[in-house]
Design a protein around this ligand. Structure first.
Ligand code: UDP
Length: 352
């Protein structure tokens, strides 16, 4: 197949602003190229992926939907990068069998019936906006094969759950090294933003006095500063936004990954990255992580928003066999298994 990927419009690829969708796009390019498909990517200027053929597009970035309220009208920045990306896609569409949209935004859904080449929409977050839900539902009903998500929990946040193809996620396991023994440290990783509720992990670290290493892009600087001011005694250390290679090295040394999503996490790529290193995951029992973690075997699922729940699970970490974590990642979350799902989905659309 000739596949044209249209990236998220909230940030350049490899900037970290796009969160897990950046890793998903990275992996998709690698896996589809390995299967001899021709892949090109249209992405905001500054996007960098070593193995990808990227067309960089100028324009202003869009505001991430999760920073807005549900009822806010659709807005577009002046000289929108998303509009510019899709204008370019319109011109070259006939060279491709399928276009794959990764932007969680109104415009690509609205444009779908106006394109001659089929558009596959991969939705990377749960429901966040009434207007967006409405246009997504319209397209999902009109093209019942063309909309896909990560998990069933994510699909269930939308009024068109029955039309969502569930693709899961996968990672290049060869990049993650298994670490049999951990140091007395916990990890938290992801975009530093309110929907991820980092403060809950910081509180748990303060109570247990086990150091918490924090990795990820600071997306909301005020939110981060407030955490530092509110918990001056918590043994936390900010390690920055690391590349996968460096991240997995540090992560593998930790006793567990804490996931504290306040929202319904669509998947949580960080969960499978931790498992791949043999690191158990302690998470609130909601969204994607609740589908990924096998409670008592690869980590613990605790009552959402309960700090006591996190602390209780931290004390139970020695019950987990780190080999079980690694094995779970290998059995379910390989790039090949996920690549099969994604490839079959695209083939169905192209052959339709
Ligand atoms: N990440 C990274 N370096 C870091 C911290 C995080 O590359 O130092 C990446 C991580 O590999 C994951 C993404 O950030 O792919 C976070 O994605 P996730 O699916 O967990 O959440 P999202 O941000 O999409 O809500």
């Amino acid at each position: 197949m000739k596949i044209l990927i249209l990236s998220t419009s909230v940030g350049a690829l490899s900037s970290g602003i796009g969160g897990g969708v950046e890793l998903t796009i990275y992996n998709l390019i690698q896996e589809m190229q390995r299967r001899n498909h021709i892949v090109k990517v249209i992405a905001p200027k500054g996007s960098k992926i070593s193995h990808a053929n990227i067309i960089e597009i100028e324009g202003n970035l869009h505001i991430p939907a999760q920073t807005q309220t549900r009822d806010i009208p659709i807005t577009m920045p002046k000289n929108s990068v998303l509009a510019n990306m899709w204008e370019y896609a319109r011109q070259i569409q006939s060279d491709y069998d399928v276009l794959v949209n990764f932007a969680f935004d109104w415009l690509p859904f609205y444009l779908t019936p106006f394109f001659k080449t089929a558009i596959a929409h991969f939705i990377s977050m749960g429901s966040l906006s009434d207007s967006l839900d409405q246009i997504m539902e319209k397209i999902a009903r009109k093209y019942p094969q063309n909309v896909a998500v990560y998990t069933q929990s994510q699909a269930n946040t939308f009024p068109f759950a029955q039309f969502c193809q569930i693709l899961g996620s996968g990672i290049d396991l060869s990049l993650y090294q298994f670490k049999e023994k951990a140091e007395k440290k916990l990890a938290w990783l992801g975009r530093i933003a309110p929907e991820k509720a980092l403060e809950d992990a910081v509180k748990a670290s303060e109570i247990t006095q086990i150091p918490l290493l924090i990795f990820g892009k600071i997306q909301d600087e005020n939110y981060w500063q407030n955490i530092l001011q509110e918990y001056p005694k918590a043994p936390i250390e900010y390690k920055g936004f690391l590349s996968t290679i460096d991240l997995q090295k540090e992560l593998g040394n930790c006793q567990a990954l804490l996931m504290t999503p306040r929202w319904i996490e669509a998947f949580g790529n960080v969960a499978i990255e931790a498992l791949a290193c043999g690191v158990p995951v302690i998470s609130y029992a909601r969204g994607g992580p609740a589908e990924i973690i096998i409670d008592g075997k690869t980590g613990f699922l605790v009552t959402p928003d309960s700090i006591d729940g996190l602390v209780g699970a931290i004390h139970r970490i020695p019950e987990i066999n780190r080999y079980d974590c690694k094995q779970c990642a290998e059995e379910i979350y390989s790039l090949t298994a996920w690549g099969n799902n994604f490839e079959n989905w695209l083939k169905t659309i192209v052959n339709n």
